[in-house]
Design a protein around this ligand. Structure first.
Ligand code: GDP
Ligand code: MG
Length: 760
């Protein structure tokens, strides 16, 4: 089968095209650096099937970044039958720079002019015929998002793959053209793509020079005494300049832009506000806050708190009191629910009805007590406890994916680069961190874009602090329960938001500490192109969500289901393997293990002080190591038995289960927060630990595990202590802040500049 490589600049639409060709659902994002590794699939859209490989985005074929090395090695070593060079037609000249380098290789190349829909929308035009003539390569107009031209592209690629192509140089007529010809001639028998290698040798490419030692010496002899009128001995600069010259002279005529003045584009106007030095970060914080509010708040727009709602104001049209259905679903006299909560309530209503129906049916049919317990609590209780958070998880993802796809997140990386430098990180580290909000695993893999190994290690370690989707049920359930149980709590949306912020702050403090102690290292300058703002594609957004949904449900019915069944058994059998009914759960295997470890958590507020039933919290924290959803699943499985005295015979899920547990154990508010933070910051799930192990340098894993345990324990203990004993603790805060200030000051001296490139 023919193999075709997709290559091009970051953000030119490679992955979108890859998905369109192969029907895959790989992650598309409107920011550079999303595809770090290569990815393979089969395309059946053309006259015959072809293997398609999606390469990471690159600006050139020099071996300066890991992406460049991956892309270049793939083309040189694996020798695909054809390269599809994807060119963002709204950025023609800059994208063709890479094309000029592909032209030097002995491989068929087809140029795919992508984003032609956007080009048309702007009223610009590209004469594909003319470009094809000048390039000497097939040029096909496509739009990866709409699918326009994709079939034509693949068929022309199949045709091109049949004819071998010799590399040509566009540097004829420059002062080095003679030398290139001689070196290429010499390398003809030594390697494929002699022209490419010859030019790289002259550019002083370190990888090439060590591979082709003899030819390098030969080239050195030829360039000895070489002196260009403009560039002197700097051949690399000469070559780069010659490429751009050639592009402007020969290829640019194919492009006719509407009018120059109309091109101070929408993107630039928006950027003046969003990436403003002062407003940028507050705007980002505000956007995050609004997102959390829409997803978690039970007092939408704070209407209740402001007194706009409720009896005092006489606004009876939104007073649901007395109507059980609407009150539960839409809110109460305290306020209206946000869309996220309404969705969650809807699903909860369904699952509660199913659970009630099944257990009720089993009891009516005379099933044994243990059997209905196993089904009701062990299977459905745990499962539904987790599933009930799906709507909010998906909503949060919808928002994040819109931010990412629109191009906004790339701006945030740019704004944050200034601050990140103070921390000892480059702005590049921001992307994996943000990905961590989704799932730590791809985020850790994405740290491969960080050049410095120590920076990478530090980043991998703090990624779990960016609370992932699986931890979200913990936050939501605890926050919801706290609002319901403790008087005077802020809105659930506010608590959740603050927890996310606390995770990020912990990450930053940890990074500062590591980068100024064990993980010192150089900072490479951060060069990132700001992509144009785009309306997010409906299809790719839905694909994101569907992927997330599938993953979540699959996990619920495998790992989580298995865990809850095991938990149910361990909590309903004693060491002598006799069945323990709910009332005697305290003497079960699980309870005795839980009680054994419970004292460990006393400094965190959910240990010995919360009494006999408090072992549930200890057990939940441990089961969370398998999958974080297990924390809430464990509550769902155990709550109705543990708290039977507190709420009689009710199916307890999600928020209700936690609320009942709080009531039964008497755990304090600050201990609840400590519990959330401990679970959020401690060792992540199995899968993430395995990924970290694979991504970290050898020997770092045991330190990393220790790091997670220590940080989570310290932070949770601190928060609990602060909550319980405010004053003595205030002194410690001042001391810590002073220490942090000193470290930041020291770090400041180690500078490095951040460079942001605007799309031309
Ligand atoms: P990659 O970095 O090269 O893999 O680029 P992606 O496939 O992740 O796409 C980058 C951005 O460009 C995403 O926001 C896509 O939705 C968008 N995009 C890709 N192809 C097209 C296209 O043909 N037209 C338009 N308007 N947008 C596109
Ligand atoms: Mg990509």
């Amino acid at each position: 089968m023919i193999t075709v490589a997709l290559a091009g600049n970051p953000n030119c639409g490679k992955t979108t095209l890859f998905n369109a060709l192969t029907g895959a659902t790989a992650h598309v994002g409107n920011w550079p650096g999303v595809t770090v590794d290569k990815r393979e699939g089969v395309c059946k859209k053309g006259d015959r099937p072809v293997t398609v490989v999606d390469l990471p985005g690159i600006y050139s074929l020099s071996p300066y970044t890991p992406e460049e090395v991956i892309a270049r090695n793939f083309i040189l070593d694996n020798r695909p039958d054809c390269v599809i060079d994807i060119v963002d037609s709204t950025n023609l000249e800059r994208n063709l720079y890479l094309t000029t380098q592909f032209m030097e290789m002995d491989v068929p190349v087809v140029v795919a002019l992508n984003m032609t829909d956007e080009l048309d929308r702007r009223g610009d035009r590209i004469d594909a015929k003319l470009l094809e003539e000048r390039l000497g390569l097939p040029v096909v107009r496509i739009s990866a998002t709409t699918g326009y031209g994709v079939k034509d592209l693949i068929n022309r690629t199949i045709a091109a793959a049949k004819k071998p192509r010799k590399g040509i140089s566009l540097l004829a007529g420059t002062s080095v053209s003679d030398i290139i010809a001689q070196v290429a001639d010499r390398m003809n028998d030594e390697t494929a793509s002699p022209v490419f290698h010859a030019i790289k040798l002259l550019e002083g490419d370190s990888v090439e020079r060590s591979v082709h030692k003899k030819s390098a010496a030969f080239a050195d002899k030829l360039t000895d005494g070489f002196e260009d009128a403009t560039f002197g001995k700097d051949i690399e600069a000469l070559v780069a300049n010659a490429r751009y010259d050639y592009i402007t002279k020969n290829f640019s005529p194919a492009l006719s832009k509407k009018t120059e003045s109309a091109r101070i584009s929408r993107s630039e106007k928006i950027d003046r506000v969003l990436t403003n030095k002062w407003a940028g970060i507050p705007i980002f914080a505000a956007i995050l806050f609004v997102i959390f509010h829409l997803t978690f708040a039970e007092d939408f727009l704070f209407l209740g708190a402001m007194g706009v709602l409720g009896r005092n104001w006489g606004a009876e049209w939104v007073n649901f009191e007395g109507n059980e259905f609407f009150e539960g679903l839409f809110g109460s006299s305290d306020g209206i629910n946000s869309p996220g909560v309404i969705l969650a309530n809807l699903l909860n209503g369904c699952t509660a009805a199913i659970q009630g129906g099944i257990t009720g049916g089993m009891e009516a049919a005379g099933a044994a007590e243990w059997a209905s317990g196993l089904v009701g609590d062990g299977i459905l209780g745990g499962l539904f406890a987790v599933l009930s958070f799906l709507p909010q998880i998906l909503l949060l993802f919808l928002f994040f994916s819109l931010l990412e796809d629109s191009g906004y997140m790339a701006r945030v990386a740019f704004i944050l680069d200034r601050i990140f430098r103070r921390l000892g990180l480059s702005g590049r580290a921001f992307m994996p961190m943000i990905m961590g909000f989704g799932c730590s695993i791809p985020a850790m893999v994405n740290t491969r874009t960080l050049a410095d190994e120590r920076e990478r290690t530090a980043t991998v370690r703090v990624i779990p602090f960016f609370s992932c989707g699986a931890k979200l049920p913990i936050l939501t359930a605890m926050a919801g329960a706290m609002v319901a149980y403790f008087p005077g709590m802020p809105d659930a949306g506010v608590i959740t938001f603050l927890m996310y912020v606390a995770g990020m702050l912990t990450a930053f403090v940890a990074v500062i500490t590591m980068r100024s102690t064990t993980m010192r290292g150089e900072l490479t300058p951060f060069i990132m192109e700001l992509p144009d703002y785009r309306a997010p594609g409906f299809r790719s957004t839905m694909l994101h969500l569907w992927d997330k949904c599938k993953h979540f449900i699959k996990k619920a019915f495998t790992i989580i289901l298995a865990s809850t069944i095991i938990i149910w058994f361990l909590s309903h059998f004693a060491w002598n393997w006799t069945y323990m009914p709910d009332e005697e759960m305290g003497s079960s295997i699980l309870a005795s293990i839980g009680m054994l470890i419970q004292p460990v958590f006393t400094p965190l507020g959910f240990g010995s002080q919360i009494g006999a039933a408090g072992w549930v919290f200890a057990v939940a924290a441990i089961t969370g190591l398998i999958a974080k959803e297990n924390v809430i699943a464990t509550f769902g499985t155990l709550a109705s038995a543990v708290v039977s005295g507190f709420v009689a015979d009710e199916a307890l899920e999600g928020v209700d289960a936690v609320e009942a547990l709080i009531g039964a154990t008497g755990i304090s508010g600050s201990a609840c927060i400590a519990f959330i933070l401990f679970n959020m910051l401690t060792i992540p799930c199995f899968a993430a630990v395995a990924t970290a192990k694979a991504e970290l340098p050898k020997g770092k894993m045991k330190w990393t595990l220790l790091f997670w345990i220590v940080v989570s324990y310290l932070v949770a203990a601190m928060v609990y202590t602060v909550g319980e004993f405010v004053w003595p603790v205030a002194i410690w805060v001042v001391v810590a802040a002073a220490a942090a200030a000193v470290i930041i000051f020291v770090n400041k001296k180690r500078g490095g500049k951040s460079i942001g490139l605007k799309a031309a």
